[in-house]
Design a protein around this ligand. Sequence first.
Ligand code: SAM
Ligand code: SF4
Length: 329
Amino acid sequence: MKTLEDNQHRRIDYLRISITDRCNLRCRYCMPEHGIPLLSHNQILTYEEIIKIVKIFVNNGIKKIRITGGEPLVRKNIENLIAKISSIEGVKDLGLTTNGVLLKELSKKIYDAGLNRINISLDSLHPGVFESITRRPYFYKVWDGIMEAIKTGFDPIKINVVVIRGVNDTEIPNFLRLAMDFPLVVRFIEYMPIGENNDWSYEKVMPVKEIKNIIENYVRLEPLQPNEYGGPAQRFAIYPSKGEIGFISPVSEHFCDRCNRLRLTADGKIRTCLFSDDEIDLKPALKDETPEKSLLNLLKQALQRKPPHHNIVPFMIKKCQRFMNSVGG
Ligand code: SAM
Ligand code: SF4
């Protein structure tokens, strides 16, 4: 079986694919309300092009795929893409990250198409705070979507919570309760500097250590083994209750030495690191009569160019130029 290694000898087996830069929310930390240049239809990779890329990458060592966006569920007939990717031999794990707004309608369709792992982003359990973060009054749509995903049978269902000091940090105990009362893995994520136009500042980042201290006032946390395929979350079981929570600390303790991923943007560019603007355009190679060789060459270039680590350190912040909606998180 083929494997891929980058220039730091890290095994690369995970591809995150942003299938659209469009979204039905406007989270303040991700994209501005207006004025963002969106990709046109002919700039966006077609499902056929995505499948072509995935087949070649999987043949050469990628095993895990995640579909993201923008909001992936706004793209038409997403179940067709999921069915195609899940049937590619060599895809061991297929996940999707969504804001949950359209999940009530689509949960069963995407599950039946072959998706079994889903991450849902939810930063507040208060409808008003949810609206002030996302600029849309859709809390109950997301809540209904989460309940529908449980009913459908997704396992695991992970809830991603970006913690922003002064905005939703007082809700940490409520999210702990959510992980104790429902079959949901709640993961707390540090607020990251990305895009030019958000209001990120180092003071607003709540380091994972601090979040963990708050939680340990309520329960005892028992470390769990890292995820298969080396996911970045530190995982914990909750005692004496049931449930699992996780922490993702891209800012305070980066996990770059364990990074196993590449990203594909909706317009066909490989990004070697979430925080770097270095991109490799796959679109010209897709037009070749036999794209296999040229795509493989570009994949190898990406592995060579993958940086050893990002450079987010306090007081020396370099924000990257793309908004998060076009990179996919
Ligand atoms: N629209 C989908 C969603 O929100 O789940 C998928 C795309 S979104 C860009 C992927 C993830 O990135 C979400 O969990 C979101 O919370 C996270 N994210 C976006 N901007 C972020 C930021 N500045 N810091 C930390 N996480 C961020
Ligand atoms: Fe949309 Fe996800 Fe970005 Fe929020 S985080 S604006 S839901 S892409």
